[in-house]
Design a protein around this ligand. Structure first.
Ligand code: RB5
Length: 152
């Protein structure tokens, strides 16, 4: 599996912890697009870099992190083809894959500690999309994305 990870300055420490978990899981080629220090960066730029790898096929999944996980998940979901799930609990992470076929996981470095974050990452990567009625619904999400409608 190939996975691209990125964070803004609000979640660099969490990114390092998540990378340790990914190494423990094993069999995952991790591409870290930064940021790598405490200097302030703009989370949409990080979302763009991670999501380009997912939509371009270089990564099977992406993980995006910022202080809350909010800004970077909102930015990621503006990118065509991305279904980014902001998850701070294991149940949501599992369902994000099983029901929503999420291809990017978001978390907040100022919201969640490394232990729960690791469990969330494991749950997200272990779960499989169930298809069926969920496939129909995800198809409708993608149709909304492609419709260009501002109001439904
Ligand atoms: C950066 O200070 C902070 O705004 C960002 O990490 C994130 O929380 C935005 O949603």
């Amino acid at each position: 599996m190939n996975l691209t990870i990125g964070s803004d300055h609000g979640a660099v420490a969490l990114k390092d912890e998540v990378k340790k978990v990914l190494a423990e899981i094993g069999g995952i080629e991790v591409n870290d697009v930064g940021t790598f220090g405490t200097e302030s960066v703009d989370y949409p730029d990080i979302a763009e870099k991670v999501c380009a790898c997912v939509t371009g096929g270089q990564a099977d999944f992406g993980i995006v992190l910022c202080g809350t996980g909010l800004g970077i998940s909102i930015a990621a979901n503006k990118i065509r083809g991305i279904r980014c799930a902001l998850c701070h609990d294991v149940y949501s992470a599992k369902k994000a894959r099983e029901h929503n076929d999420a291809n990017v996981l978001a978390m907040g470095g100022r919201v969640i500690g490394p232990g729960p974050a690791g469990e969330i990452v494991r749950a997200f990567l272990e779960a499989k999309f169930e298809g069926g009625r969920h496939g129909r619904r995800v198809g409708k999400i993608m149709a909304l994305e492609n419709s260009g409608k501002e109001q439904v």
